[in-house]
Design a protein around this ligand. Structure first.
Ligand SMILES: C[S@@+](CC[C@H](N)C(=O)[O-])C[C@H]1O[C@@H](n2cnc3c(N)ncnc32)[C@H](O)[C@@H]1O
Length: 630
């Protein structure tokens, strides 16, 4: 702690009396808990955390509105994401199924701002500030997720452990796991001769979240014997337990048709017990070997070598020569001089092949392969039993930016292929995907790609800062890189086709105004009201504020939702005409004075539910940014 801070803390403590000091000590001692601790009380409060009301405004000139756009399903929100998330809490709580973020990694290379200052490597509070910064945003983001939603977070190796503990704190019990991907081939670190070439993606999902996986291949399942139960494959008939752990499962197995006997592997015994060995048959929950044989589920080898050792000496000679049945892969002998009851194998037909279990395609627990936590290079071979995500080199991100802008307009973007591959696994075709550290907008591009691939209706919400600083006051990363990239991608560039409105080739660009709650009724504009109420009721943004007395926001079921900015005679006429025009019986009207409007409409014989615009603007915008929980 800096000296001045220590002095002021001591001065504060001087003013406390003995009981107050005792209470403080008890609080301090009992507050300790398992998990992450960061010095949230010692660091200066983040000036970005404010409690005023955030109101959105569509900026048509920065939006992408090709012909045919009736409303905007995709949103690009400019500003500090603490504000963007507060807005979304008022409009999208419980509506987002997938969040992907790639936050600043706190590398010490001035890659993020706290209290309007870049945080450098020597900042005493660097880690606490970073944790507090992320904590405040993650807590807001948590409210946006659907109950089966998921958040995927990219992080480097150095900060992974801290972030993972923070995620555990914000999403307790929701950890799905983490993925690792190789970002580059090597680095030039010679001090430790340790080349850091990987990053992590942390995954926290709600109840019911599952990756899509990949359909299992049916290639290995055949039906050479026309089994009416359908195609099948041979599974091992052994389990991972030795003869001491499961003595009842270690016995010679007999093919009742040929009379041939098969020795049991002492290190991997049979999967099913024999009725001849187990007294209490009710204890065999998985079914006995005899019952499986009867059901023709055990496949005995055909055309294999079969021998018969007539004497003990013959058997021992075969054991010495290694000429006995062996395990298929490692070729371990299944009969040795130590095999219990060795004489059993004298004078019997002994098979050299291995029996297997007939696994039918229809009885598999799942026809989907799970996603692997290891993300290999896209060029590496696919594992047959796992859905592999696959990533290109990190350089693909920079190349994508270069191809779109002709320059390196953004440092360290993520590779679009990696994000598309992740979202292909994490999303369903109608999901809304949020990235609140959107940077250059890679996530938006990935969403467009996926929709084009499967005719999906995924929509994106990207929050990006301007990155303006005192040195570069006019910088606007959100407008000039993120939104501009999407505009170019949607229009088509470098010979690549663009995306139609039906494919999601549009977005609203939102700027945010912050107003004290007490001033909302006076300072909020019709533009704010139209945008916010539209987002609240329909999760879409209007193309622009129509500058008209009334604006229809949504039709749903029997209802028409309308905003009436002022109850002028023209507005009342227009409202009265709406039910007939739209063939709908009910009106929900947002207006400045709901009671008065309801009475005026009733005089004209129009029944309507009326709501206060000011109330709608304040809805969900409770005080944000309380101190951290640590
Ligand atoms: C690692 S980059 C994300 C890059 C992105 N995944 C891409 O592919 O372009 C992190 C981004 O977070 C932005 N950022 C940092 N603090 C922010 C804040 N408080 N609000 C919004 N964005 C912020 C930075 O400007 C930076 O662009």
């Amino acid at each position: 702690m800096a000296k001045t801070e220590t002095i002021s803390l001591l001065a504060e403590l001087q003013n406390l009396n003995a009981p107050q000091l005792r209470r403080l000590l008890v609080e301090h001692l009992t507050k300790q808990k398992l998990g992450l601790y960061w010095e949230s009380n010692a660091i200066a409060r983040d000036a970005a955390l404010n409690a005023n009301v955030v109101l959105p405004r569509v900026v048509p000139e920065f939006s992408h509105t090709p012909e045919g756009t009736t409303h905007h399903r995709n949103l690009v929100i400019e500003g500090d994401n603490f504000d963007s998330l507060r807005l979304l809490r008022a409009t999208h709580a419980g509506k987002i199924r997938v969040i992907y973020i790639d936050p600043p990694y706190n590398t010490g290379n001035k890659d993020w701002v706290y209290n309007d200052k870049f945080v450098g490597a020597n900042d005493r509070w660097r880690h606490s500030q970073w944790l507090e910064f992320l904590y405040q945003r993650l807590v807001l983001a948590r409210e946006l997720l659907t109950s089966d939603g998921v958040i995927l977070v990219s992080i480097n190796d150095e900060n992974r452990s801290r972030l993972e503990l923070l995620m555990d704190e914000v999403f307790p019990g929701r950890r799905v796991g983490s993925m690792v991907w190789r970002t580059k081939d090597s680095t030039s670190r010679t001090d430790t001769n340790f080349s850091e070439v990987h990053e992590h993606i942390l995954i926290y999902g709600g109840v019911g979240f599952a990756f899509n996986g990949a359909p299992k291949s049916q290639k290995k399942y055949k039906n050479p014997d026309n089994d009416p139960r359908g195609p099948w494959n041979i599974d091992p008939l052994t389990v991972n337990a030795d003869r001491f752990e499961r003595s009842g499962f270690f016995y010679p197995l007999n093919n009742p048709v040929t009379g041939v006997w098969y020795p049991c592997d002492p290190d991997r015994v049979w999967a099913y017990a024999s009725e001849s060995r187990i007294k209490n048959l009710d204890r065999i929950r998985t079914g006995s070997m005899e019952s499986w044989i009867q059901q023709e589920k055990i496949v005995f080898p055909v055309g294999e070598r079969v021998v018969c050792w007539e004497t003990h000496e013959e058997l021992l000679a075969a054991i010495r020569a290694g000429d006995v049945p062996r395990t298929p892969k490692r070729q371990r002998p299944l009969l040795t001089a130590d095999t219990p009851d060795l004489n059993f194998w004298i004078g019997r037909q002994v098979g050299f092949g291995r029996p297997g279990f007939k696994k039918h395609w229809e009885e598999l627990n799942s026809h989907v392969n799970p996603v692997s936590s290891w993300i290999p290079r896209a060029t590496e071979g696919e594992d047959e039993d796992e859905a592999v995500i696959g990533a290109p080199q990190a350089g693909e991100g920079t190349e994508a930016i270069q191809a779109i802008f002709g320059t390196r307009a953004f440092q360290y973007p993520k590779p679009p292929t990696l994000i598309a591959n992740l979202l292909r696994q994490a999303t369903k075709p109608n999901d809304t995907i949020l990235d609140f550290f959107a940077g250059s907008g890679t996530t938006g591009q990935a969403v467009l790609e996926l929709n084009a691939e499967d005719d999906g209706n995924r929509r994106f919400i990207l929050c990006s800062s301007t990155e303006a600083t005192a040195k570069e006051p006019d910088k606007n990363l959100c407008r000039d890189v993120c939104a501009e990239r999407l505009r170019r991608v949607m229009a088509g560039y470098g010979g690549k086709p663009g995306y139609s409105v039906a494919q999601g080739g549009e977005f609203a660009y939102l700027q945010l105004d912050k107003i004290e709650a007490a001033d909302v009724a006076f300072e909020a504009t019709p533009d704010h009201a139209t945008t916010l109420i539209s987002m609240q009721n329909t999760a879409v943004a209007p193309v622009e504020y129509a500058q008209a007395a009334i604006q229809v926001i949504a039709k749903s079921g029997d209802w028409l939702t309308v905003i009436c900015h002022a109850a002028t005679p023209e507005a009342l006429d227009a409202l009265a005409a709406l039910p007939a025009q739209h063939g709908l019986a009910r009106l929900a009207v947002f207006c400045p004075r709901p009671k008065a409007l309801a009475a005026l409409l009733a005089e004209r014989g129009v029944e309507a539910n009326t709501y206060s615009i000011a109330d709608a603007l304040l809805k969900g915008q409770v005080r944000g940014g309380q101190g951290a929980s640590a």
